[in-house]
Design a protein around this ligand. Structure first.
Ligand code: PLP
Length: 380
């Protein structure tokens, strides 16, 4: 068994050694000048990542904690929130709204599709007294990206609604200029396209959102006003996961060194290679081409092979870990995380392992076609 596997699930993803090593730094007090300079460095680079002049925060919580924080600071009991549901994570966001006492105005869509601006616009026009639109930008369960998010941002602006976006599985891997697109509260997490270990939620907040947050009955741990007031001291309200902050600082520096545009292009090139390989092997991506994610590749499992067996062989014989489907698609799909440090190397290793595992289990196809198709994207 290889000690270090290639982690190609849709989070957590492979962490560069430079980032892992950063966690070994000696502990610092979170009420010290050392922590304040760490906080400042993270804040500056997070603004770059979110492409915002607004406020950014890091909370010691997973992505779900970030979503709960966003919802808890915007939604009061009885508030109506438009939410398209097109997969597991949008379903969870709807549930977070409902648990908070909010009233989800649900746009229920087939898994594998994504909401359009027209669909959201129609709801915004029809429904009275809506407070916000909540959107999962990249549905990790189906590999579908909401390509009309900028237009949805326009709709939010025109109707004076807030726009809350779950960008957990996409920030850092695809375009998301939150100010330009009018995103009021954006949530992400450390363990996906940022290529940092799990455990930190990343948030951005617009000026317009603060006016609402100030009037909301906020949670205790996730009180964003408290986060804002501690920000003045460059501190967090409660004890943060300091080693993860060290890691995040390094991961964000790496993003800055590479540059966002280059990073997005790299994700796109690798995802194109994955989609070409899948198609060449006679397999089918779940979403239509127009809304396919460049960070999560979701595709159907061929008939006659066991999902778990394929993944077991990939992991045991090739050291490559991919995911099965999520929720009700658990058995029917595979999902590959095309995130973080992904490059030609990781892409081709994954396709090679997939081809071999499928061939071992008797799936009929011309061995090598996937690799050849993928290679074309890197060497045309
Ligand atoms: N939202 C989306 C879109 C996700 O992909 C995930 C995790 O995969 C989450 C929320 C939840 O994040 P976590 O598992 O870090 O709590």
């Amino acid at each position: 068994m290889k000690e270090r596997k290639l982690i190609m699930v849709p989070g957590p993803t492979n962490v560069p050694d430079r980032v892992t090593r950063a966690m070994l730094k000696p502990m610092v007090s979170h009420r010290s000048p050392e922590f304040r300079s760490l906080y400042e460095s993270i804040t500056g680079n997070l603004r770059y990542l979110f492409q915002t002049e607004g406020d950014v925060f890091v909370s010691t919580a997973s992505g779900t904690g970030g979503v709960e924080c966003a919802v808890g600071n915007i939604v009061n009991p009885g508030d109506k929130i438009i939410i398209p549901v097109f997969g597991l994570f949008s379903e969870r966001m709807k549930e977070a709204i409902a648990r908070r006492g909010g009233v989800p105005v649900e746009l229920s869509l087939r898994w594998g599709t994504a909401p359009t601006a027209d669909q959201i616009g129609d709801l915004a026009e029809k429904e009275r007294d809506v407070k916000a639109i909540a959107v999962v930008y990249n549905e990790t369960s189906t590999g579908a990206t909401v390509r009309e998010l900028p237009e949805i941002g326009e709709i939010a602006r025109e109707n004076n609604l807030l726009l809350i976006v779950d960008a957990v599985s996409i920030l850092g891997g695809d375009k998301l200029p939150v100010d330009e697109w009018g995103v009021d509260v954006c949530v992400s997490a450390s363990q996906k396209c940022v290529a940092c270990p799990p455990g930190l939620a990343l948030l951005s907040v617009s000026e317009k959102a603060w006016e609402v947050i100030e009037e909301t009955d906020r949670p205790f741990y996730f009180d964003m006003l408290k986060m804002r007031s501690f920000r003045e001291k460059k501190e967090t309200p409660f004890t943060p996961a300091v080693p993860l902050f060290f890691a995040l600082e390094e991961a964000l520096k790496m993003i800055r060194e590479e540059g966002l545009e280059t990073r997005f292009r790299r994700h796109k090139m690798c995802s194109d290679a994955f989609y070409d390989a899948i198609e060449a092997m006679g397999l089918e991506a779940l979403p239509d081409e127009k809304i396919r994610s460049q960070t999560v590749i979701a595709f159907g499992k061929p008939q006659g092979v066991s999902n778990a067996e394929v993944r077991k062989i990939m992991s045991a014989d090739y050291g490559v870990v991919i995911a099965g489907g999520a929720g009700r698609l658990r058995e029917a799909m595979f999902r590959i995380g095309c995130m973080g440090i992904v490059s030609e190397t990781e892409t081709l290793l994954t396709i090679n392992a997939l081809e071999n595992a499928l061939a071992d289990l008797g799936y009929q196809f011309e061995r090598g076609v996937g690799l050849e198709a993928a290679r074309g994207r890197f060497h045309s």
